[in-house]
Design a binder for this molecule. Structure first.
Ligand SMILES: [Zn+2]
Length: 289
């Protein structure tokens, strides 16, 4: 493992070969040997581990080290500040290691772009390179959505990652609930705790107690009608629902499209019979105020 030299100043490496005049516009990635890493945070508390893992991924990439570095920079919805220095390295590694079609890669970067828990601000010294890498990752995620073919599960994770990278916070955090079947919301009228059941072709709502015991019969969500929006990269729909529908229509992901029409549909509270927009409640009641 490379060990940080204590006397080394934080002079970042320049990307790629430096020819006369070309370096001026290059943005620098944080050197893996820089002591700057030690003042950044990581999930396990040891931020030196992040550049060490990055160095290992350059030499001998393994799925375990990829998983570990992603855990260290973002864990259970919290983003750690080492992410801001690590992402440019990870994007470069993904390019040479053929990961640019990998849904998991974009889902992980998405949780850096839109963490459930807001943590530290991006430090100024790594901001330019981080933001450039995230913007490039957003474009690459959308490219994967449009040009690759995925099964339902992979497509949902990829779509969540792409949404988050485009700062569409609601779908960027919650879409994977369609696969994990773990949506919850509170009725805006009577405050009943509601659990959602994602079925093949619909979504049901049921009131439950804190031990997940049913307190009501279930009611069916009424789907929102799907707009016939044609996907246009340069003129993307503004609202999340149309954006998601346009991508599902373009890629012929019919099952995901159906689910999304229910997720953004109208729910009827099984306790008080109030009607409300389901996705708004999922977003509102889950730490997203
Ligand atoms: Zn209610």
């Amino acid at each position: 493992m490379p060990v940080a030299s204590p006397a080394r100043p934080d002079i970042p490496l320049l990307k790629g070969p430096c020819t006369a005049g070309a370096c001026i516009t290059e943005i620098a990635m944080l050197d893996l040997n820089s002591r700057r890493w030690e003042s950044l945070s990581a999930a396990g508390g040891n931020s030196r581990l992040v550049p060490q893992l990055l160095a290992r991924l350059r030499e001998r990439p393994t799925p375990e080290d990829w998983g570990e570095v992603m855990e260290q920079i973002g864990h259970q919805g919290t983003c750690y500040s080492s992410a801001y220095a690590a992402v440019p390295h990870l994007l470069e590694l993904a390019k040479v290691q053929s990961k640019l079609a990998d849904p998991w890669f974009y889902a992980s970067l998405g949780s850096i772009a839109e963490p459930a828990e807001q943590t530290e601000e991006v430090p100024e010294d790594v901001r330019a390179e981080f933001e450039a890498a995230m913007a490039e990752a957003a474009a690459l995620a959308l490219d994967a959505v449009l040009k690759q073919t995925y099964g339902v599960e992979d497509f949902v994770y990829l779509l969540q990652g792409a949404a988050a990278l485009y700062h569409r916070r609601g779908p960027g955090i919650w879409l994977s609930g369609l696969i994990q079947n773990n949506f919850e919301a509170y009725c805006p009228s009577c405050d009943s705790y509601l659990s959602l059941k994602v079925e093949e072709n619909r979504i049901d709502v049921i009131a439950e107690d804190e031990r997940c015991r049913p307190l009501s019969a279930s009611t069916q969500v009424v789907a929102r009608s799907i707009p016939d929006t044609v996907w246009d990269l340069r003129n993307q729909p503004e609202d999340d629902f149309s954006w998601l529908c346009a991508l599902c229509l373009r890629t012929e992901q019919k099952k995901v499209l159906t689910w999304i029409s229910y997720l953004y549909g109208k729910a009827h509270c099984p306790t008080c019979h109030a009607t409300f927009a389901l996705m708004s409640q999922i977003e509102n009641e889950s730490g997203m105020e």
